[in-house]
Design a protein around this ligand. Structure first.
Ligand code: ARG
Length: 491
């Protein structure tokens, strides 16, 4: 039995490994109508990681948080020249390339270097900016560190998936500490978890300009010109689109707009950012985070409960080969979901299914969390059903009730009463687990705290605020659930 079940799971995994690459191949082999497609769609979706001032970062403009910076100016100009609207999607830097390849975004403008390894998977425009790399350190360590060689036994931080992360690993003897968010790296530096953070010069200058406790030192990384320049990335084979956008990039370079207009404009936002850095000033951001956290939780509990009931009944099916197959499938699903991390499931639904159907990040997050929760709720319900005395079923059947009627009117109501505490725990757990969707850019509480952190350059305060907010949410929910549990026990 176990052996056949193992083969069954192996077949499922093999299918997944075959289907996903096929979808990517189809994308790559399609004839090049990339320019025509964008102009027909009327929207150009730009992917970026807005934690890298002055390239792209969050700023509060007229009380609303928005993504600004030189890359945003370039994105706007590209969209204008194409005659389409610009839509900006933010996500972690190391998610951008997979988002581009799976069609979640149409281009990447995120200070990305057009390195040879990336050129194997995407097409780049001409270079729009030539930078270089610095290392940001605490001012108190200024006498200690001179360049990359000063960190022999230290720890150097860099954003995961970046050129500078590879440089830290390959060109220094320091311990490389990778983090997805640049803001987290600055927080780690200020709390002495790392001794320095490697990043591009304009970004280093921006962080230093807004943090009197930080200074920048030269990195002296040995970098090729492609590794110190920035270009726009498009899907492989988008020749017509790249050629058209190159005209915009060449014009921006010729008129030196980055240095003359875009960087000064970004600098103004950086200055206004740090005018009012009180957490109360960002109450709208936290309120939006709570709203999305509750939307994700309520929807996931609802759909997870339905999936859980269906799975529980499926796992109890028996009597003929079809029911045996259904039981097997349900068992395989529950084992597989409980055996894989929710983060991987969220990314699979958003990027993997994105090859076939373009689901918004919020929808993808709710689907992934519902599918995950359903596997756990199924076990609670199955335990609840088994806890109902078999005499109840016998009595119902002796009164002429069918199996379905017995389950619906006699067993399930008692089972649900027994598993109410477990369902309540699941709701509380999902309030906290909903934060996982911040990796695909859903603006829930964690995502909002990252915005406030990169906006105010304050590391700890936003974290304390969301800790308190999560506690208020979970404590209130548990009080309400306990009230209904007492009501049910009384009934
Ligand atoms: N230029 C580096 C690279 O392409 C880092 C870019 C980081 N950009 C960001 N928005 N965090 O790897």
């Amino acid at each position: 039995m176990k052996k056949r079940f193992g083969w069954f799971l192996a077949i499922i995994v093999a299918l997944i490994m075959t289907v996903v690459p096929l979808g990517q191949t189809q994308h790559a082999q399609a004839a090049d109508n990339s320019l025509e497609q964008i102009q027909k769609k009327g929207v150009l979706v730009m992917g970026t990681s807005p934690d890298y001032p002055p390239y792209e970062f969050q700023a509060t403009v007229n009380g609303k948080s928005k993504i600004v910076g030189m890359d945003v100016q370039i994105g706007k100009q590209v969209a204008k020249d194409l005659g389409v609207k610009l839509k900006i999607k933010s996500m972690s830097f190391d998610s951008l390339l997979v988002a581009l390849q799976t069609g979640k975004i149409d281009m990447i403008i995120s200070g990305m270097n057009p390195t040879p390894s990336r050129r194997k998977n995407v097409d780049f425009t001409h270079v729009y900016y030539q930078g270089g790399y610095d290392i940001v350190i605490n001012k108190t360590d200024k006498a200690k560190y001179k360049n990359k060689n000063s960190f022999k036994n230290g720890t150097l931080g860099a954003q995961t998936g970046t050129t500078q992360y590879n440089a830290v690993k390959n060109q220094t003897t320091a311990k490389a500490k990778g983090m997805t968010s640049q803001s987290d790296l600055i927080l780690a530096l200020q709390s002495h978890k790392v001794d320095g953070v490697a990043m591009e010069k304009p970004s280093a200058e921006a962080y230093v300009a807004n943090n009197k406790s930080l200074v920048a030192i030269p990195s002296d990384f040995n970098m090729s010109s492609s590794a110190t320049s920035s270009a726009i990335a498009f899907r492989k084979g988008s020749t017509s689109l790249v050629n058209k956008v190159n005209k915009t990039v060449d014009r921006i370079k010729k008129r030196n707009l980055v240095k003359k207009q875009y960087l000064p404009a970004a600098g103004k936002y950086l200055k206004t950012n740090t005018v009012n850095t009180s957490m109360g000033h960002y109450w709208k951001a936290f309120a939006t985070g709570i709203e999305y956290t509750l939307i994700i939780t309520v929807c996931s509990v609802f759909f997870g409960f339905i999936i859980g009931i269906l799975l529980a009944l499926a796992r109890m099916a028996k009597g003929n080969p079809l029911k045996t197959a259904i039981r097997w499938l349900a068992t395989a699903y529950v084992e597989f979901i409980r055996g894989t991390p929710m983060m991987v499931q969220v990314m699979f639904v958003y990027f993997g299914l994105g090859l076939f159907v373009n689901l918004p990040a919020l929808t993808s997050g709710i689907i992934a969390i519902s599918l995950n929760s359903g596997a756990y709720v199924a076990e609670y319900i199955r335990g609840g059903i088994n806890s109902v005395d078999v005499g109840q079923t016998e009595a119902a059947r002796s009164l002429g009730m069918s199996n379905g009627e017995t389950m619906r009117y006699v067993v399930l109501p008692q089972a649900l009463k027994n598993i109410w505490p477990s369902l309540g725990n699941e709701f509380i757990t999902l309030i906290k687990d909903s934060s996982i969707v911040s990796i695909i850019g859903v603006t829930e509480l964690i995502y909002q705290s990252n915005i406030v952190r990169s906006d105010t350059y304050r590391g700890v305060a936003p974290i304390v605020v969301i800790m308190v907010l999560y506690f208020i949410l979970t404590f209130t929910a548990s009080r309400i659930l306990n009230y209904f549990e007492r009501r049910m026990q009384h009934d």
